[in-house]
Write a protein of this length. Structure first.
Lengths: 271, 152
């Protein structure tokens, strides 16, 4: 439960309200290994501790990258830290995306806003072992063109010939020549075999609900759809109960869930 | 003519339409292409057609002073633009412009309305399909209005 000290190597802005931070272990006893979808509890000394998804390359065991929005006391304090400052890290925690299980299948990744951050490690893993997957489709939605996360990386991904990248925004001035519309509407474009596809979704829950409906309409079965939930995680290890969702603890049994396991709970408004 | 029948029958909105109704549709249909930057129609103009997009992308935009023109939606292959031809006073409520080379089937709205008046069964089939389109667009619009990516 005690946080390990990690030194900040770099803090950089991604969009107007989102930033990334790169950390290295101050006392590297062993490589930092994580699976795509997992998160750390990040402790800003004297301020507080929050769960943040790991957004970096799982093959890089020396550098830990987190991407988050600066919306609360802890994240705003984290954003002001500089190279050489130290934060506390507990983790990695949580269940990962089914990247290995998806081998041999087509993969559809649907991300909205900051939801692309916990899915970026999936993309790194798939690119590393590209021959093991069928068609790979990334559908990403953002608020406006200025809010597109990891834009240069998305442009590089798109320039590959073996991954379909589709980006859409909710609103734009007419100078934007890209797509305008909700990300769930792009699912109808296909590019994958519904009978043999694993879908991974992360973003606002309403975006995930609409996207699941479209994926289901396209013929993808519920048990091939995975969602990442973020609700009230506090301790990160299933002890405090804050993140309990029916019989699950999101921090321990999630945050990645097969949709069939949580579809009922997600529909209950009081939870 | 036969080629237009097969093209229209393959379009998602007309999937499963009976052949006798496809023949009626084809009588109002023509092939059309727009180069990148071409205008399909402008706000306020008579809404005489709807367009089944075969390939390419079209942006729908609206003038919103003082921000200027804002794109409200992008319509791509397999989708359809335009239902203003269905409702009086049959005028467009936004601009549509091809973002890239776009091929489409144009359906003449006046012709379609006349055939719907003459054949109510055909009219009902058409309205059912356009009702689905309206419902999909409204759901998407509601989701856009929610601004779900804004700061919580």
């Amino acid at each position: 439960m005690k946080p390990d000290p990690f030194r900040i190597q770099h803090v950089w802005k991604e969009t107007k309200d989102t930033f990334s931070v790169e950390l290295t272990d101050l006392q590297p006893r062993r490589p930092f290994l994580f699976c795509p979808g997992q998160f750390n509890m990040v402790y800003v000394y004297g301020v507080g501790e929050i769960p943040i998804s790991i957004s970096g390359d799982p093959s890089d065991s020396r550098h830990v990258i987190h991407t988050t929005r600066a919306v609360g006391v802890v994240t705003k304090a984290l954003q002001t830290l500089r190279r050489g400052d130290v934060v506390g890290i507990r983790g990695p925690f949580g269940s990962p995306w089914p990247v290995a299980e998806a081998e041999g299948s087509d993969v559809v990744i649907v991300a909205g806003g900051i939801g692309l951050a916990p899915l970026r490690p999936v993309l790194y893993r798939i690119i590393e072992r590209r021959e093991k997957y069928g068609s790979v489709v990334l559908l990403y939605g953002a608020r406006t063109p200025a809010d597109i996360l990891f834009r240069k990386e998305l442009e590089r991904l798109r320039s590959r010939l073996d991954i379909d990248v589709h980006v859409t925004v909710d609103r734009a001035l007419v100078q934007w020549r890209g797509n305008v519309g909700v990300v769930s509407a792009m699912i109808a474009r296909g590019g994958f075999d519904p009978q043999s596809t694993v879908a991974m979704l992360c973003g606002p829950e309403i975006m995930m609900r609409f996207s699941v409906a479209e994926l289901t309409k396209k013929g993808i079965s519920d048990d091939s759809i995975y969602v990442s939930l973020e609700r009230n995680m506090k301790c990160g290890c299933g002890l405090c109960g804050h993140c309990q969702l029916q019989k699950y603890f999101i921090c321990k049994d999630g945050p990645v869930f097969p949709y069939v396991n949580v579809s009922n709970a997600m529909a209950i408004r009081e939870l | 003519m036969e080629n237009l029948v097969s093209i229209i029958s393959e379009h998602p909105i007309f999937n499963g339409l009976e052949h006798r109704y496809l023949d009626l549709l084809v009588g109002c249909a023509s092939n059309i292409r727009f180069d990148a930057g071409d205008s399909l129609f402008r706000e306020g103009e008579d809404a005489t057609k709807c367009y089944l997009i075969r390939n390419g992308d079209v942006s729908l935009s609206i003038h919103h002073p003082p921000k200027g023109f804002m794109t409200i939606q992008t319509i791509g292959a397999g989708e359809i633009i335009g239902w203003s031809w269905l409702f009086p006073p049959y005028r467009w409520h936004y601009d549509a412009r091809a973002i890239q080379l776009t091929r489409a089937i144009a359906l003449d709205g006046t012709c379609l309305r006349r055939k719907c008046d003459e054949n109510h069964d055909f009219g009902y089939e058409l309205m059912k399909r356009f009702a689905v389109l309206l419902e999909q667009r409204m759901q998407a619009m509601r989701l856009q209005l929610l601004d779900v990516y804004a700061e919580a």
